[in-house]
Ligand binder design. Structure first.
Ligand code: FES
Length: 283
């Protein structure tokens, strides 16, 4: 970790610039790469560090102030070193009504930290979060952006105690095991970890509406002037959906996910390559 230094050590900077080159080649407009580059910085430092800001600015021809303006706009970018696990308790309307506020209070009391604070051992950063579009599983809690559905104060406290003890935890949906904040940040930067197709992609509660719509023959109205399925070449998919035979929303709904390209795979950090390779082999 670079602490609050304004530059990286030469070997670290060389590695980060190699990773950044992989990211930049995906964007015709280089500035569009800023968001994944900021995740890359967080994968290195656990927050958007001064050295990371300077590196992004240099890579993209921006000022430090312009990079900071973006980084401070989104709550997913951290202004202080983050814990190994970000525990986000949804306290937006539905989750709050279903017990989210009580969950936050109990977890906060157990950890001894409030919103946007990190435990002294650096294990957990606690946050109140806004709706995560998982209201059908309220109240929900997220750990490094993995879902934990239908929580209770007791299950949430059990979860943070397991995280604090660095025990493996399994989200309700998504990857088979929660990764730490830096590893998650690296995935958000665009370097796949081979876990995208682990675990269920959609749960029963999310599929109920789709099933009812099919039973009644309901479909969304078309926008006037919108391209038709024939125009877009998706007529076969539309017909399958109308017939209820399309594999939409079934478990592992990300099976059309494109495997990483060799250049993406080569973006693995050299110093953690053995562990990453072992995890990918298990996936
Ligand atoms: S209100 Fe919590 S996920 Fe929507």
């Amino acid at each position: 970790m670079s602490g609050h230094a304004r530059t990286y050590a030469p070997d670290v900077e060389e590695r980060l610039r190699a990773d950044a080159a992989v990211i930049l080649e995906r964007y015709p407009e280089q500035r569009s790469a800023l968001l994944p580059l900021l995740h890359l910085v967080q994968a290195e430092d656990s927050y958007v560090s001064p050295a990371g800001i300077a590196l992004c600015a240099d890579l993209l021809g921006l000022t430090n102030a312009e990079v900071s303006a973006v980084a401070t706009f989104y709550t997913q970018y951290k202004r202080r070193p983050n814990g190994r696990y970000t525990v986000g308790v949804c306290t937006n309307t539905l989750c709050a009504v279903m017990g989210g506020d009580e969950i936050f209070d109990r977890v906060s009391e157990r950890l001894g930290v409030g919103h946007d604070e990190t435990t002294q051992d650096g294990a957990i950063t606690l946050e109140r979060i806004e709706c995560n579009a998982a209201c059908d599983y309220a109240p929900v809690l997220m750990v490094n952006w993995e879902f934990f559905d239908n929580q209770t104060p007791t299950s949430a406290v059990d979860l943070v105690e397991a995280l604090a003890a660095d025990q493996p935890v399994t989200p309700t949906r998504g990857a088979a095991q929660v990764q730490d904040f830096r590893a998650t940040s690296r995935v958000l930067a665009g370097f796949e970890d081979g876990r995208a197709d682990e675990g269920p992609g959609a749960g029963e509660a999310s599929l109920v509406g789709l099933r009812i719509a099919r039973e009644h023959g309901w479909s969304a109205p078309e926008y006037p002037g919108a391209a038709t399925a024939e125009d877009t070449g998706t007529a076969d998919v539309a017909a399958a959906e109308a017939a209820g035979t399309a594999p939409v929303g079934e478990q592992q709904s990300s099976t059309q996910h494109t495997p990483p390209t060799p250049s993406e795979a080569s973006g693995e950090r050299p110093d953690d390559a053995p562990a990453a390779t072992a995890e990918e082999g298990d996936a």
